[in-house]
Design a protein around this ligand. Sequence first.
Ligand code: ATP
Ligand code: MG
Length: 288
Amino acid sequence: MPTVAVFNQKGGVAKTTTAVNLAALWARRGHRTLLVDMDAQGNATAAFGIAPRPLKGVYDLLVEAATVEEVIRTSCMDNLWILPSTPNLSGLDVALSGVLEPQLVLRRALESPSADAEYVVIDCPPTLGLPSVNALVAAGELVIPTFCYRHAQDGLHATWANVRRMARRINPVLRINGVLLISPDSNEVSRRTADIIRAEFGDKVYQTFIPGDNLIPLAEESDMPLVLLHPDAPAAKAYEKALGEIEQRIYNASRSSLRNVESTAEDEAKELVTPSSWLSMIEEPGQR
Ligand SMILES: Nc1ncnc2c1ncn2[C@@H]1O[C@H](COP(=O)(O)OP(=O)(O)OP(=O)(O)O)[C@@H](O)[C@H]1O
Ligand SMILES: [Mg+2]
């Protein structure tokens, strides 16, 4: 079961748009897919029209106040289930402050047979607090979407550095599947920024980029992912191509890890990492 976290510590760079469209595409292809909304803003939950906001969400699951069966919701699509967010998720750090190994609670919850899925997609908030840390520990693959703007580029650097530093201790099997470029405006600045990011991050950047598409905000208003509402829109087609690249990388990586069993890495993953130790690994956007 590939578990794909969609994370960038920069806000507003299409994390949720990417997570909900990837999840919808996998579900549309007939794969049993679970979308986990780890952001207290609940945008991924709303993207599938789960409203009014559910009483119980992933927070209750993580603090052991509810089971997966009590929290999981069906969606407007066949094959797509959602672990929805509720606003109290923003208090997860405090709620789990006395808990041993608080970074492992999502990974353990997803081991429940009721959360079994062929693909798990986790939408993260724009911070490296406990919800994102749990997502990065539960995931095997990381997709980093970024807008092609200068400030987004700084956020990408910080995210890249922090994820690599944290992953070594918290989840050594986490792989940065790729960086997904999104160009909401097709102008000279965004083209230049895309070139700089490609030059710096090389083949970690997907060939496919997501163009600006005004149908994306319109789809949000309709509580439906773009790929469902307007499957022929340019951005929807681009998400389909990006999904192909993501799948190919998952496949390539699973073949190479079969050849190279990472037992040392697995042992390191079991090391206890305390909140203070992961916080000390975090850089703010702009720091290099
Ligand atoms: N390809 C696109 N073209 C035009 N607008 C887009 C595109 N992708 C995303 N957007 C818009 O950008 C805004 C931010 O997108 P989104 O909510 O997915 O970002 P986010 O990274 O999840 O934000 P946050 O950090 O707050 O969780 C939304 O208004 C969305 O409609
Ligand atoms: Mg979001």
